[in-house]
Design a protein around this ligand. Sequence first.
Ligand code: GDP
Ligand code: MG
Length: 701
Amino acid sequence: MSIQNINVALIGNPNTGKTSVFNQLTGLKQQVGNYPGITVEKKLGFCKLTNTIKANILDLPGTYSLNASSIDENVVIELLLNKNDKLFPDVAVVITDVENLKRNLLLFTQIKDLEIPTILVINMADRMKPKGISLDIPHLEEQLKTKVVLVSTRKGFGIDDLKNQIIDYKSLSTEPCMNASSIDEEYFDKLRKAFPNQLLYKLWLVITQDVNFLNLERNEIRNTFTKSHSDLKRLQQKETIKRYQFINDTLKIGQTIDKTNATDLRSKLDKVLTHKIFGYAIFFGILLLIFQSIFDWSSYPMDFIDATFADLANYTKNYLPTGEFTNLISEGIIPGIGGIVIFIPQIAFLFLFISVLEESGYMSRVVFLMDKIMRRYGLSGKSVVPLISGTACAIPAIMSARNIENWKERLITILVTPFITCSARLPVYAILIALIIPNNRLFGLFSLQGATLMILYLLGFGMAIFSAYILNKVLKVKTKSYFVVEMPNYKLPLFKNVAINVIEKTKSFVFGAGKIILAISIILWFLGSHGPGKDFKNAQQIVEKEVYTSPLKINPSVIPDRVSEYKLEHSYIGIIGKSIEPVIRPLGYDWKIGIAVVTSFAAREVFVGTLATIYSVGSKSDDDLTIKNRMESEVHDDGTKVFNFATGVSLLLFYAFAMQCASTLAITKKETNSWKWPMVQLIFMSGFAYIAALIAYQILK
Ligand code: GDP
Ligand code: MG
């Protein structure tokens, strides 16, 4: 028995319920990927329709029309024009929202003109009664030359009906419902004569759209049928007007709306939630609540994960035969995987909140509220969530930038988010501030140390906004900015949508960025636990000899610590640390700090731990006080303090600005689908950090 595969594409305006229908059809049988070269999410899912028919369901980005103004819309057009695409739809399912039928049908008529079998889904049918909407389905089917399926993913009806229509797709009419040539008879007549074998509306799209369409001789068409830009625009407008005329005529009989029953809760809520003062107050209240809970709630699972992986590492170390392989597992792989898993609680909680806010319709109000302010800096209203989430961790924050449709705004948001002070900077700040800022009160009120911490937060935020402003001027990314605020209705979030969104985001982090994080931790482990030459290999003997022959009668209990210090010094990382000394000397750092700077590239908080190891405070050293005392008493050869004010400020500035986080680079690579942007981040941020630290040290020393 052979299995038949059908390609089904879900197409529709944003917020009409494409993803909900997709989730209903596929359950968790989904794959998320990026379209090659760009980073609009592509979701492919599978659905077994009968024993012999399987459907590949493609959830496409929201589109208002086939007159592309964004990358997302290009994606849809390219798929629909390219018959050779693996995923070229056998049947297109256009999803519409019963409350916005008129606007939604514009896209439907365009797709219908491409003569692809098309099913019209009218979703949110549960809203018909409260809104007083009734539909004449047979009339709509006749006018639109298609099958109409009434669906409510919320109430769960219509999905089986949709499946049956998909199975039956061969019986659908492919006749266009509008005649493209009515846009400009004369022009289209010529087109038809020149390319008799091609679909007229397809030709028209090839002429007007900037898409990579390879099958047709695009240049040939364009050269012979070129028109001025303004002429094309005029024709496109004419097309839209014609289409709306047709839709209006169709709906005149096909749809009746009785407004007397409609409730007005929505406009009342909108008035408060987008209010000039209350709107912001409520938004910041909600944010406060969310981030408080992210910090509080995720600290439990994070501590648990931390402890579990530490136990696991210990366990493998104790029970596996000693040797290189065991070390790789217990010191490289297990902590590496732990370093990925530890992010999961924060990612899951953040996306839980975000999807609830989105699903409920509230997020659109926030975007509306913030858009004017953010736009001044090349960001969008939707950048608010990533920027604020960045205070917890840049990883989920950068992932949450996916909601930004405009590619340039999204890119800028991704690039500047790591400037925001994340929680990994806190331990570094805390210890450095304690070292160099006296614990005094200003005017007997503000603690100087607290004020310093606040300044560091403000610096990070200021840098993010400033770089966004610069990037907005510099970046030459081709996007046409359009601003359509979708104001969907308020709804209770669908649990299934929220759950799938959380699982999907977490999966995409673990399997996308996770791989890179793991690789980098293994490399750092290798560099830190291996060294060239005899010094590294014979560390034990060398240290023992030194201790036992020393005239100072050194207590042998320090030997293990001294050995690890000696090993680290002569490991590859130690050698790197020493060899970069000339570069970091002008910032006021010695080679030991250099090692910490290198290792903390894996994650900023490693800085403190590394210094602890180097200063051989021993393994019980995560107590700040002991490390602090050690750092305080650390002196240069000439007896001056290592952590003086100038060096401390220089380090603070360095950690405020430098891209000291391999995981962030990994997630940026994943989200932008290119190594170019993480490299830009690395060079720009760390370069800036270097200069800032240099200037600070040279002035203060
Ligand atoms: P997409 O942008 O087209 O992928 O739309 P989504 O699937 O993300 O849905 C947008 C919003 O509409 C979400 O808040 C859904 O919960 C909601 N929604 C989806 N289907 C229905 C439905 O049948 N009835 C109602 N009332 N809301 C729905
Ligand atoms: Mg969607």
